[in-house]
Unconditional design. Structure first.
Length: 652
């Protein structure tokens, strides 16, 4: 076990934990190394589980003292980049986004689409989601800014030939290879192209319009027509750059969506009020992080080597930990002030929400990327069978979750994965009726009992009173469609799962085991539980959790099933709660039946909006009779008046 070092300096710096083989497994920074490192040597039971796991592996700790907090931040990033420690947050999305680059360091700069490592003396614009979009935009811009796109070898070849290539003849290149353009004029074209890509479009449009009018007034109609076509190309390119702010300002908007293991990040690059690119990446949360710490890690990952510069303003969902340190670091990199802030309202708040939605979509794509791949699904199923010790491959997995609000509107969900893919036609939702108050175990018992009894029916046992067979026998001919639907549902219920997955820990697993034992299905259905806290997997007869590697296909499959069951349960709970609230507020209004009640809430936007509506607003609804509109208003406001005395007495 790692012993606490003596004489830790009370100074800023970076520290590195190493394992028994001398490999760096974690790198951190601190304003005070003594204060920060002391936290790691507390009682292991008080540490975060991931931190405790790291300390179990650590055999030694070293540190490097620096002058200030900013130098500590820069040193930390450098060491992480060099050693790639396993317990530090790391980038797991290896997708290389395309940039539009201009090689300003060359004698005759060229424009091209680039991916991968960034080069010195090259200006980058973007990144963009699709390379074809950049190439189409570049083709439009070359009509107005005809700089070269050829390689150096091709340019030298045409210099020797003394003849320009086809791009010159179709007016997409000024042909510096044969001296058709002066260097001063060529560099002006390069500068205008970069200014346009940065969003400074008005001077360019004005110049082209003025030149077109001058050519027309001098009766140079052919030249005026060419300028007109160039102007049309520039305007088309401008339309592709979405204007998102009211003023021409420069800022980056950072949106984040996360779960227990990863965080998806989307950065919208806005220059002069227009979206000129976006960058998306995924961080694996190996170390325990608060939301403020996660934002700090995102800033480190994105801006340490950003190829397109740092704007004056960064919009983030929360202010990062040690924000003043990051602002000073960014200020040094930018050579100008940088403000990190959280927008509270208006257009900038909408931009932050748009970035968050993009990040949420990226997170879903990251999760589904593995599940959609046949090979990874086959590997996941094989791994699950091995690590859980199942008799057969879990080709059908059923996962269960509960949802409620302080014991009200208790619901359960069942989702099904077959061959590693969701089978939504077999999803089921349960209204929990036998449980009073907050009792997750009782709710789980009811839901599992109701589902698993169908397996007994198939084996030939007698059905319970009030079952589907008795209902079918008493049904009238008009009920045949309902009978058919019920039998189809029962047949899907009758297919036993190879794995019953419970969202929860040992307690929920114990409930599932009891249900299986009561129904005599212990040998038929395998069961396991997945705890959210550390993604621990528990199985019957084993007190300790099964450790499944974090990067394995098996754990991804279990997480997908658990998250889908959670989503399905919450959506059903919200639906029931919304209906109950609507009924409780608008129930009993003369002339306002279920259909009108539903339409009223839908058109007004919410129950709260209906409560706030004036009599004139209600009567303005053409489909709602005037008497019913007055009855709705009187009902809602008389209810408020009845509650007012109680509220006043409570306040007094």
């Amino acid at each position: 076990m790692l012993e606490r070092p003596k004489a830790i300096p009370d100074a800023p710096g970076s520290y590195q934990f190493k394992d028994a083989d001398g490999r760096v497994i974690y790198v951190g920074k601190a304003r005070s190394l003594r204060s920060r490192l002391s936290n790691y040597f507390a009682d292991p039971r008080t540490l975060h589980p991931r931190t405790a796991q790291m300390m179990e592996r650590a055999a030694s700790v070293e540190w490097i003292v620096v002058q200030n907090d900013v130098e500590a931040l820069m040193l930390e990033f450098s060491l992480i980049k060099t050693h790639r420690p396993r317990f530090n947050v790391r980038l797991v999305d290896d997708k290389s986004f395309p940039y539009l680059a201009v090689t300003v360091g060359e004698e005759w700069p060229r424009a091209l689409v680039m991916r991968g490592a960034k080069r010195k003396d090259t200006r980058y614009f973007g990144p963009y989601a699709h390379a074809y979009a950049i190439r189409e935009t570049l083709d439009l811009l070359l009509r107005s800014f005809p700089i070269r796109t050829c390689s150096d070898a091709k340019m030298r070849r045409h210099e020797l030939l003394g003849k320009p290539c086809l791009m010159y003849h179709i007016e997409r290149c000024a042909a510096p290879c044969v001296g058709a353009v002066e260097r001063e004029r060529y560099m002006e074209l390069v500068g205008e192209l970069m200014a346009f890509l940065e969003g400074d479009t008005k001077p360019i449009v004005s110049r082209l319009e003025e030149a077109m009018r001058a050519a027309a007034s001098e009766l140079e109609f052919e030249r005026a027509a060419r300028l007109r076509d160039r102007l049309a190309s520039v305007r088309l390119a401008i339309e592709r750059q979405q204007m998102v702010t009211d003023t021409p300002e420069n800022l980056d908007v950072i949106g984040i969506a996360e779960d227990e293991l990863v965080a998806a990040v989307q950065v919208l690059h806005i220059r002069r009020g227009r979206v000129v690119g976006r960058h998306g990446f995924v961080l694996e949360k190996v170390e325990p992080l608060t939301e403020q710490q996660l934002i700090a890690r995102v800033l480190e990952q994105h801006y340490a080597e950003t190829p397109i510069g740092i704007p004056k303003t960064l919009l983030v969902p929360v202010i990062p930990e040690e924000a003043e340190v990051y602002e000073e670091w960014l200020m040094r990199t930018r050579s100008g002030p940088v403000e990190i802030r959280v927008p509270q309202r208006g257009r900038k708040r909408e931009l932050l929400e748009m970035a968050r939605q993009n990040a949420a979509e990226q997170l879903n794509r990251h999760r589904l990327k593995r599940s959609s791949d046949l090979t990874s699904r086959a590997v996941a199923i094989e791994q699950l069978q091995h690590v859980l010790g199942l008799k057969e491959a879990p080709l059908r997995i059923e996962c269960y979750d509960m949802s409620h609000l302080q014991g009200s509107d208790y619901v359960g969900s069942m989702v099904v994965l077959e061959d590693g893919l969701p089978k939504r036609s077999d999803y089921r939702r349960f209204k929990v009726s036998a449980v009073q108050g907050n009792d997750d175990y009782g709710a789980m018992y009811e839901v599992l009992s109701r589902r698993l009894r169908h397996l007994i029916v198939v084996d030939g046992d007698a059905e319970e009173p009030g079952d589907a067979a008795q209902q079918d026998a008493a049904a009238q001919p008009d009920d045949l469609d309902a009978i058919g639907r019920r039998r189809r549902r029962a047949s899907r219920f009758a297919y036993p799962p190879q794995l019953l997955l419970i969202d929860g820990g040992k307690g929920q697993l114990h409930v599932a085991v009891n249900v299986l034992e009561e129904l005599g299905l212990t040998e038929t259905v395998a069961v396991a539980s997945l705890a959210k806290r550390l993604e621990e997997v528990f199985v019957p007869g084993r007190p300790e959790p099964i450790v499944i590697p974090r990067d394995s296909e098996a754990i991804y499959l279990l997480q997908q099933a658990r998250d889908e069951a959670h989503r399905f349960a919450i959506s059903f709970h919200r639906e029931l709660r919304g209906k109950r609230m609507t009924r409780s507020v608008l129930e009993g209004v003369p002339g306002l039946g279920p259909a009108r009640r539903k339409r009223l809430v839908r058109e007004m936007g919410s129950v709260k909006a209906v409560q706030a509506a004036t009599p004139e607003q209600l009567r303005a609804l053409p489909w709602l009779p005037g008497k019913v509109a007055d009855a709705v208003y009187d009902h809602l406001h008389s209810s408020r008046r009845r509650r007012a005395p109680a509220s006043e007495s409570a306040a007094s």
